[in-house]
Design a binder for this molecule. Structure first.
Ligand code: PFF
Length: 444
């Protein structure tokens, strides 16, 4: 496998992995979930779950991938010959492709906003007109499907170029740009009169808001946001050389993710409160409230465009990781050409995603157990597939690996290693089972 592409630098790998992690989850989903579920309480749970449940799985995925030096399926096959562990790789590949099928719907909305912005058709002043615009975009079947296709085309374009010249290069400039521009947006939002109310909402806990639903959603968010459980991080780590430190890389990825999630909150909530809006606007928070908020400020239109460009970058660095797992698994099996697989895979994902797109408009009447098609695919992947995948990955790294192996792979301070071992053996799998059962009960 010496001809396999590799990340050229450690920072390239960290940025690509952080790029996969930081995406719609941190910037779009995190603020509206926090806004709908008690603000600070959700945020505290989310951070605790991210460090104690999701991060250990991320470390496990990095170990499995780096040790395997092959795609998600082959990595398991080589390390557990003749055993069914490789099914975890297949499960992850299917789940990641399904996630991309609905992720690209939202990616398409972002493109629609940007196209309108660049053709001077975005300015509309208040939240009501933005709400109307948002609905026009998501309900129009032609526009939404076209935009989704365009988003996937860009994703395919990057993935077909390979690891070094596609994924690493894109992440290396997109991620730092994201950080810098986000800081500018935070300053803009925090200097508004009345911004303190938003800070209070984010950081002063109101424990009355604590309930099972918030716990479940915070855990789901902790998995989704680190891209764990679907072997995407196994895939990325398989392009990593032997000398890299997995522990520090994974902590960097987790910290960057929390940092961007909090920054996204700090852009949105102070502005929302300062301008007299409500924090519980749901999925429209970033698409409806935020542009309306920005429009009321000097240079507002510019900030709206800036925000959506950033959101597009973050979404693309995540979507490429989802396509990459599929491409690498097929290359591993058939040894065919990367470009062709990227195109065929992307096209299939596009077709599978069309019903999710239409479920906001002409197919909104189709409901599966009270959920739209989009929400059903989201639930199947984030609510079921990811926890199952994370569960088996934690068993593989915690029990199947001999401790000598995991110790050598992690290659770090013994205290850090033992903390990880306890978490991956006892805390992660047990927490997943408890929360999974509660989650299923909640739905049924
Ligand atoms: N972590 C991404 C986000 O928060 O937007 C979503 C994601 C990417 C989930 C890749 C799963 C995945 F395999």
């Amino acid at each position: 496998m010496s001809s396999r592409d590799q990340f050229a630098s450690k920072i390239g790998f960290i940025l690509a992995a952080a790029g996969s992690a930081v995406g719609l989850g941190a910037i779009w989903k995190f603020p509206y979930m926090a806004g709908n579920h008690g603000g600070s309480v959700f945020i505290i749970l989310f951070i605790a779950f991210l460090f104690f449940i999701s991060l250990p799985v991320l470390i496990a995925e990095f170990m499995i991938g780096r040790r395997g030096q092959a795609d998600a399926v082959t990595s398991f096959k080589q390390q557990a010959p003749g055993k069914p562990w490789y099914l975890v790789g297949y499960l992850g590949t299917i789940m990641a492709s399904l996630i991309l099928s609905f992720y690209s719907v939202v990616g398409g909305w972002i493109l629609s906003y940007l196209i309108r912005a660049f053709t001077f058709r975005l300015k509309s002043g208040d939240s009501e007109s933005f709400e109307q615009l948002f609905h026009t975009i998501i309900q129009n079947p032609w526009e939404a499907v076209f935009a989704q296709g365009m988003f996937l085309l860009i994703t395919i374009g990057i993935v077909q170029a390979g690891i070094k010249s596609g994924i690493e290069r894109a992440s290396k400039w997109m991620m730092p740009t994201l950080f810098i521009f986000f800081l500018i947006l935070v300053v803009r939002s925090l200097t508004l009169p009345g911004a303190m109310e938003g800070i209070r909402f984010m950081f002063v806990p109101d424990w009355n808001q604590l309930n099972w639903e918030t716990v479940l959603l915070a855990l789901g968010q902790a998995f989704f946001t680190l891209s764990v459980g679907v072997s995407v991080m196994i895939t990325y780590a398989s392009y990593l050389g032997e000398n890299e430190q997995i522990g520090s890389a994974s902590i960097h990825v987790a910290l960057m993710n929390i940092f961007i999630s909090i920054l996204a909150g700090l852009v949105i909530f102070p502005a929302v409160f300062a301008l007299g809006f409500q924090p519980d606007a749901g999925p429209g928070l970033a698409f409806v409230i935020l542009p309306a908020v920005f429009e009321q400020m000097p240079l507002g239109s510019l900030f709206v465009i800036l925000f959506f460009i950033l959101l597009l970058f973050a979404t693309l660095t995540s979507s490429i990781s989802m396509l990459e797992i599929l491409v690498s698994v097929v290359i591993g099996k058939r040894r065919t050409n990367r470009v062709r697989i990227a195109w065929i895979g992307g096209l299939l994902i596009f077709i599978v995603g069309i019903p999710s797109t239409l479920s906001f408009g002409i197919w909104s009447h189709i409901q599966i157990a009270d959920k739209s098609i989009f929400d059903t695919v989201d639930f199947l992947t984030n609510g079921i597939g990811m926890p199952i995948g994370a569960f088996f990955i934690s068993l593989f790294a915690g029990y199947y690996y001999k401790t000598a192996i995991s110790k050598q792979e992690l290659n770090t301070h013994p205290l850090f290693y033992y903390v990880w071992l306890v978490l991956i053996r006892f805390v992660t799998p047990v927490a997943i089972v408890i929360i999974f059962i509660q989650g299923i009960r909640n739905v049924l």
